[in-house]
Design a protein around this ligand. Structure first.
Ligand code: SAM
Length: 304
């Protein structure tokens, strides 16, 4: 049987990798990496010497076809290509550290013998979560359906870190249910989304880059202000409640303070920090500390 393992890797601290992930990577005939140089650091750190090949968001269709081809062929017994791995996959890593093992491959076909274990990793965290992987797994599932049903191919998850789960676990916000938005769109639909985020009672979580975090915090502040304006206009137009101007403003302010923004930065790394408050407060904090507008960010918007 061939196993295709989708392996979660650390989101910063290289020690955040499960024992199972390490054993799977150790016996892999091939590790598909978002960036082979990034994965190499992790593999070296754990003294793992296996073949790697890039598989990233810009990978051509031919790469996907190639991987599917390898998985399809792997069920045939004869290997026409020279085996470059020890027959015992658990043999000492040093013994297997040949130049061919060190090579990051551009093409698999010519370098690899019969494949039993392929692993897929991304640069950080769980493949498929705002990272390449889902499309490939989807293609494998549909194109190799028979092999999966016959028990010749297994797709398995090797779970582990994800910035999404790490952030939620320490934010201290309601997360019985939440919506994960991945990276927000840069242009089309961005403003509408901010409005939706501001209006929703559900916890919303998304990823952000250091280049956009300030703009995003500003937009969230604006989103709240837009809602405040609308609320105020509704009230001033003599809505059913016939409240005075003052109470309309009071209600609007109440709505403003309903939202809590939690920014989780550099999780599992030396400068890990969690900042929370209203959009205004968090924006103010990062304006005061421009040196902290760097690294990796997860933003959570919740009801207070
Ligand atoms: N697959 C990854 C996962 O499972 O979390 C996410 C990959 S996505 C390309 C990278 C984004 O995840 C970063 O821009 C950042 O928003 C978030 N992220 C990744 N590592 C992080 C960390 N250590 N601290 C905070 N956010 C992180």
């Amino acid at each position: 049987m061939t196993t295709f393992s989708v392996v979660a890797t650390p989101i910063g601290n290289l020690e955040d990798i499960t024992l199972r992930a390490l054993s799977v990577l150790r016996v892999a005939d091939l590790v598909l990496c978002e960036d082979t140089r990034v994965t190499r650091k992790l593999l070296d750190r754990h003294d793992i010497h296996v073949k790697t090949m890039s598989y990233h968001a810009r990978s051509k269709l031919s790469r996907t076809e190639e991987i599917i081809g390898i998985l399809r062929d792997s069920k045939t017994e004869d290997s026409t290509i020279e085996q470059s791995r020890d027959s015992n996959p658990h043999a000492g890593n040093k013994d297997r550290e040949t130049s061919s093992f060190r090579a990051d491959m551009n093409s698999v076909g010519k370098c690899i013998g019969r494949v039993e274990n392929i692993a897929l990793v991304s640069d950080a965290g769980t493949p498929g979560i705002s990272d390449p992987g889902s499309e490939l797994v989807g293609r494998i599932r549909s194109e190799l359906k028979t092999e999966i049903e016959n028990g010749q191919l297994k797709i398995e998850a090797i779970p582990g870190p994800s910035a999404l789960a790490a952030a939620l676990s320490i934010a201290g916000v309601p997360c019985a249910d939440f919506t994960f938005l991945g990276f927000l769109p840069h242009k089309k639909g961005r403003q509408t989304l901010f409005r939706e985020i501001a209006e929703s009672d559900r916890t919303m979580i998304f990823y952000e880059s250091p280049h956009r975090i300030m703009k995003t915090l500003e937009a969230m502040k604006e989103g709240t202000i837009e809602i405040l304006k609308d609320l105020k206009i509704e009230q001033l137009n003599g809505g059913a409640t016939k409240q005075s101007d003052d109470s309309a403003i009071e209600q609007a302010n109440g709505s403003k303070s309903r939202k809590k923004i939690t920014v989780c930065r550099e999780l599992t790394k030396i400068f890990e920090e969690v900042v929370s408050g209203t959009a205004d407060e968090v924006l103010y904090y990062f304006t005061l500390h421009p040196d902290k507008v760097r690294g990796e960010f997860v933003v959570i918007v919740s009801v207070k």
